[in-house]
Design a protein around this ligand. Structure first.
Ligand code: SAM
Ligand code: TMP
Ligand code: ZN
Length: 405
């Protein structure tokens, strides 16, 4: 049996999505066929409960200089991070000469608010082009991967950080031991290391199976993060559930013994126990539901094609890579996917080769059906595209079940 990346306990596979491409590398039409594939399989550790992938895509393939994801593409996420920045400016970063470090700052969606408040800061991100956008906003960014040696260098040059923050990045890092060792080297004695990531409890509860793709190497829960932190001399002192990205948990950790854990930690552990999130049977039934959703989606798309309906996709997300490649859906069913990210336009989806077009293409003219891959931004997108429904168009969603609205 394979071993857990965290505790070396036995891990048991519960779903195999088969051969999948790197989800955020969109080939130009001339590059079709050059994609790197790997086996996307997820497993549960019976010892520490960490859900994790069995095969790792190298970090240089996943996060190249031209990594196309831009955090600021969503108004809701801009608002979210402004709120997060405001909170920490009033708390952890309110002391004299506070120092803020952000792992995976991308285009500066959060970092720029910290900079604007005049607080000493450093973003760390290997995605050079995204980092340049943050730099253009006036923020300081170290272009590279955060790991122990990077953290030691930062500490030597800048001193300790009162807050190390990271959103939607820590769960992407298979070599997480080095990240915690780095946080241990860089964090001020009483400082906090805070990270937000997709929450396993939501993924299981709502069958959000497309949250499983290369970048989401770990799917965190309160219990598994508590065990993880403990291994590296940290303690989970607070958790907060957030509605963004279809269900996110913010984990606040501190050096062991430095702070008293809040009641929320115990309450969420109790909730996870009641949800049976630490039991193998939960993952067996999750796997059955994923299978049903995928069958249902394939059937629906075949029927619509037979009826001569025009279906397009909305949002060329990483999530869509899992759905499209696992279900074998391509341009014969979905003529194109509209996406607001300039870096993705004129390219095709990895593995499934569906053309990506700018948002305007969605309206020229409206399709009969739009398959919403960016369902985590549903409210924002449906408000923006309300004329689509008024014109008789319908949205297709495939989570928590396949349905039309
Ligand atoms: N924090 C942003 C947000 O929440 O929207 C960006 C999230 S994006 C999915 C993940 C980012 O983490 C990418 O910009 C990627 O380049 C960066 N990244 C991946 N591994 C990293 C590492 N070891 N150190 C720092 N950044 C990393
Ligand atoms: P995400 O689910 O990983 O945040 O990716 C969302 C994708 O959807 C990203 O490529 C941008 C795209 N998008 C649009 O095309 N229009 C929109 O209004 C929003 C919010 C996102
Ligand atoms: Zn384990």
């Amino acid at each position: 049996m394979p071993k857990c990346r965290i505790c070396e306990g036995p891990v048991q596979e519960f779903f195999d999505f088969g051969r999948q491409p790197v989800s955020d590398v969109f080939p130009a039409p001339s590059e079709i066929g050059t994609e790197h594939f790997y086996r996307l399989a997820v497993a549960f550790c019976e010892n520490c409960t960490m859900v994790q992938q069995l095969e790792e895509v190298s970090r240089d393939r996943m996060f190249p200089a031209d990594y196309p994801y831009r955090s600021s593409g969503s108004a809701l996420m801009r608002q979210h991070f402004e709120g997060v920045a405001e909170h920490y400016l009033a708390t952890e970063l309110s002391g004299p000469d506070a120092f803020y470090v952000e792992i995976g700052c991308n285009d500066g969606i959060m970092l720029n608010s910290i900079r604007a408040a005049g607080v000493r800061h450093l973003g760390v991100d290997p995605a050079e082009e995204a980092a340049k956008v943050a730099g253009a906003g006036g923020s300081r960014v170290y272009v590279g991967f955060f790991e122990e040696p990077t953290a030691r260098k930062i500490h030597a040059a800048e001193g300790p950080a009162q807050l190390i923050f990271s959103a939607n990045t820590i769960s992407h890092i298979a070599y997480i031991d080095s990240v915690f060792a780095g946080a241990g080297a860089l964090l001020d004695e009483g400082g906090v290391f805070v990270f937000e990531d997709r929450y396993l409890g939501d993924i299981v509860e709502h069958t959000y199976f497309d949250q499983i793709y290369d970048e989401h190497f770990y799917l965190f829960s309160v219990r598994s993060v508590q065990a993880l932190a403990q291994r590296f001399g940290f303690e989970l002192i607070d958790v907060e559930h957030l509605p963004v990205h279809g269900g996110t948990m913010r984990y606040t950790t501190a050096r062991t013994g430095e702070r008293t854990p809040t009641e929320a930690v115990g309450q969420w552990l109790e909730r996870e126990r009641a949800q049976r999130l630490w039991e193998w049977a939960t993952y067996e039934s999750f796997a059955n539901r994923v299978q049903e959703n995928c069958e249902g989606l394939k059937e629906m798309l075949t029927r619509l094609r037979d009826e001569g309906k025009r279906v397009v996709g909305y949002g060329a997300t990483c999530k869509s890579a899992t759905v499209l490649n696992y279900c074998g859906i391509g341009p014969e069913s979905i003529s194109f996917i509209s996406d607001s990210t300039v870096e993705k336009q004129s390219r095709v989806t990895p593995g499934s080769h569906i053309p990506i077009r700018p948002s305007e293409a969605f309206r020229e003219p409206y399709p009969d059906y739009a398959l919403l891959f960016a369902w985590n931004h549903a409210e924002e997108i449906m408000a923006k595209e309300k004329e689509f429904k008024e014109a008789g168009g319908r949205w297709i969603l495939y989570v928590p079940k396949v349905h039309i609205i």
